[in-house]
Design a protein around this ligand. Structure first.
Ligand code: HEM
Length: 324
């Protein structure tokens, strides 16, 4: 006969480390809402309470979607971390470190909270944002709000399928969730966002073969091209492949296209989740400074990073605890 489990005994650690919906798949609609938090005590208290009720806020909208695909991940930035949580920050959490390449710069911009909302349609996204912002009131100032959409068969606005090399199965939590190396923050994930604007006219003037060499994949059927032999110009996918003695370090990308054609704006909202912040930082260094320098990622000759912020998306129980 099985031995009964004592109430609240062995299951507690696993529940504490339950992550947010980091592993949710790419959706048809998304929002990337970045907020600043006011520094006064009343604002901090309001934001803490709202963070603590994240699960309930999500449920209010999720239950109305029969497809059950509505998800929200919340990230907290370095500047507001201590005030909002009263806890030491995750080991690697720092502000976004600006990277100055010979030709292109990865800028660092403000942001205390990130809400990454994914849904099958935009009505759910907007409904959630409205309810959330009502609850936060004057305690926050909006920094940026970008609506992402699915472009055909999961392409970015450069015309390439984006997200193929993402980890899946057991490799996904292994690549994205903090573990025993930082027990107080186990189940959380570092999140980096960058909003890129594309020069589509210049990009479209390139031959498809040249575009494919820049990305490292074929455009039409999304087949990986061989890595260029050193010291040749490396493709985007090669520059973003980070290997060391432990093997390859993956991250999870949930990039979405966004656009405002009337204003001539076409972009990619980059969002990367990682167990280790340094892996994303290394990718950015290789993209902007080049490997070897000054052979930067040629995707940047057609894409300008206009924002850059680091957040940490804590485990669900950590967020819920902020409401106590
Ligand atoms: C303008 C912005 C960007 C665009 C349009 C873009 C697009 C793409 C595309 C089309 C691929 C190939 C298919 C795939 O595996 O998804 C790719 C791969 C990848 N990208 Fe990006 N990307 C952008 C920025 C970034 C940034 C900022 C990072 C990291 C800091 C990054 C990390 C990666 C990684 C890790 C891969 C997979 C490499 C592999 O094959 O293992 N990307 N990206």
């Amino acid at each position: 006969m099985a031995t009964p489990i004592a109430p609240n005994a062995t299951i507690a650690p696993a529940v504490d480390a339950e992550p947010q919906a980091i592993d949710a798949p790419l959706s048809v609609a998304a929002a990337f809402l970045v907020l600043g938090v006011r520094d006064d005590a009343a604002s901090i208290a309001t934001v803490r309470a709202v963070l603590g009720s994240t699960d309930d806020l999500i449920k209010n909208v999720a239950v109305r979607d029969i497809s059950n695909t509505f998800t929200v991940n919340v990230g907290i930035g370095h500047r507001a971390w201590s005030a909002l949580t009263g806890q030491p920050p995750p080991r690697e959490l720092t502000p976004f470190k600006q990277i100055q390449g010979a030709k292109h710069t990865a800028v660092s911009t403000p942001g205390d909270l990130l809400y990454h909302v994914r849904a099958r349609s935009m009505d759910l996204v907007v409904e959630f944002e409205r309810l959330l912002l009502d609850a936060l009131g004057d305690a926050v100032v909006p920094v940026d709000d970008v609506a992402g959409f699915r472009y055909f068969d999961g392409r970015d606005l450069l015309g390439f399928v984006d997200g193929t090399a993402n980890p899946n199965g057991l490799a996904l939590p292994a690549a994205t969730l903090v573990g025993d190396e930082d027990p107080a923050h186990a189940g959380g994930s570092y999140v980096v966002i960058q909003k890129y604007l594309h020069d589509l006219q210049a990009w479209r003037a390139q031959q498809v073969e040249s575009q494919e060499r820049i990305v490292g994949r074929t455009k039409y059927d999304n087949v990986e091209l061989p890595d260029a032999a050193a010291p040749e110009q490396k493709s985007h996918k090669t520059l973003c492949t980070i290997t060391d003695a432990q093997g390859e370090h993956d991250i999870l990308r949930d990039n979405m296209p966004f656009a405002n054609p009337g204003r001539g704006e076409y972009g990619t909202y980059f969002i990367g989740y990682s167990r280790r912040l340094w892996v994303i930082e290394k990718m950015l260094e290789r993209m902007f400074i080049g490997d070897p320098p000054p052979l930067h990622d040629r995707i940047l000759d057609f894409s300008t990073a206009t924002t850059g912020v680091v957040f940490f998306a804590p485990a669900r129980a950590f967020l819920a605890g902020l409401g106590d």
